[in-house]
Each structure stands twice: as structure tokens, then as C-alpha cells.
Design a protein around this ligand. Sequence first.
Ligand code: AP5
Length: 219
Amino acid sequence: MDVVILLGAPGSGKGTVCTRVAEAVGYRHLSTGDRLREAVKAGTAVGREARPYIERGDLVPDEVMIRIVAEAMTSEAPELRRFILDGFPRTDAQALLLQQRLRDEGGRICAVILLEAPRDVLIERLAGRRVCRDCGATYHVVNIPPKHEGQCDACGGELVQRPDDNEATVRNRLEVYERQTASLIEFYERAGGLRRVDSARPLDVMVSEIRDLIVAGVS
Ligand code: AP5
């Protein structure tokens, strides 16, 4: 199993980059946030458990997340287990579990890429983000607008704000990132090979830089 980890604060562009890069480099985009939102929408037991955490902007308990990621990974045939992880790991326990799983399966982390942007950029991006109610495609009202206002280019679905993109929840999500996830930067820096990418730049520049980093990490 080959894994690329994309680290970064809420709004740094992880999901946007992954959807543009994963297929080109032959990886599967595994977003824990997307998985959770699908579970909430479907009203599953996991979705019901996760919902209050997501609404507050707190992290969903590790044991739930570890189960979701393990299931997603094993649902792929062994030869297709090449993942870009978007939003996982987010705690020390999740990072350790991932290491153990890779050791057990003879897998490896090909690259750890950190997307960095100043706080005011993150807040402006989250405030202007719109997502398609039907297919989940992501836009920004100013930076990455749809062709027709309020309508998804891909499927024509209605564009809405994510419920956790309100001001109070965004503030908490940014604090939670600093408190519970930012320590992973040091963790992966010590392990060697963490690459920092300035994500406050235009999207096409970032996408091509990240694609090159992944290809270099894989070879
Ligand atoms: P999750 O969905 O992972 O949210 P997040 O980490 O807060 O990240 P975001 O999706 O908000 O931002 P992003 O970095 O993907 O930015 P995007 O590309 O959309 O998690 C949601 C919740 O689920 C968590 O709060 C938690 O409760 C739970 N959860 C998930 N994983 C968990 C885990 N492992 N453990 C525990 N709980 C977990 O971009 C943002 C905006 O900017 C968009 O509008 C985009 O169009 C725009 N944009 C992007 N790049 C650029 C650019 N270069 N230039 C201009 N605009 C840009």
C-alpha cells in the first residue's frame, strides 16, 4: 500500500488539490471529511455519532475515524491500494495507527505534504466556499466561481454553504487544528521528508507543484 499524506489547516485547499491531482498520479482520494458527510447524509450509525462533533468543529473520536479509514482501505483490491489521505491523520493516535497498519501490510508513506496559508486567507476561503448539494464539488464565490451562479458545473446541482463553515465553527476548527493536529507537522518532520507548500498561491501553480512532489516521492 502506497500513501501520500496531505496535511493542512481547514481551508488550506486539501480537498480542492486532491480532486485535481489524485487521478493524474494514479491515486485514490480518501477524504475523511467527505466520508463523514456521506455518513451523516445517509443517516448511518457512524453519521449520527459524528454529526454533533462536525457541527461544533471538534474532532470525531479516534476509534470511529480509524474504523472508517481501515474500511475504506480494505475495500480496495490490494493492487489498487494507493491513497492520498486528505484529513487523516489528525491526531497522534491516528498517525501511530497508520504507521502500524503500513508496517503490518508492508506499505509505505511516499510523501507528506503540508499546505500552509495565513489565517486571514483560510478564513476568507472558508467564508466563500460553496459545495454542490448533489455531487460535493467545491467552488469559491470569488476565487473559483462556477460558470452559472449557484449551480454546479459538473452536475447542475444547487451550490450551498457547508454547515460547518459558519463563523463560530470555523473559529473552533482552526483552534482544534492548532491544538490537536499541528503537532503532526513536527512528528513527520522528525520522520523526514515533510514538504511544505505555500498554498496561498493560485490553484494551478499549487496543483502542478504537488503533482511533481508526489511523482518524485513515488519514484
Ligand atoms: P474536513 O472536511 O476534512 O475539513 P477540514 O480539514 O476542516 O478541511 P476543509 O474541507 O474545510 O478545507 P480544505 O483544506 O479541504 O480546503 P478546500 O479545498 O475545500 O473535516 C470536516 C470535519 O470532519 C472536521 O471538523 C471533523 O469534525 C471531522 N473529521 C474529518 N476528518 C477527521 C479525522 N481524521 N479525525 C477526526 N475528525 C475528523 O478549499 C477551501 C476553499 O478555498 C474552497 O472554496 C476552494 O475553492 C478555495 N481554494 C482552494 N485552493 C485555493 C487556491 N489555491 N486559491 C484560491 N482559492 C482556493
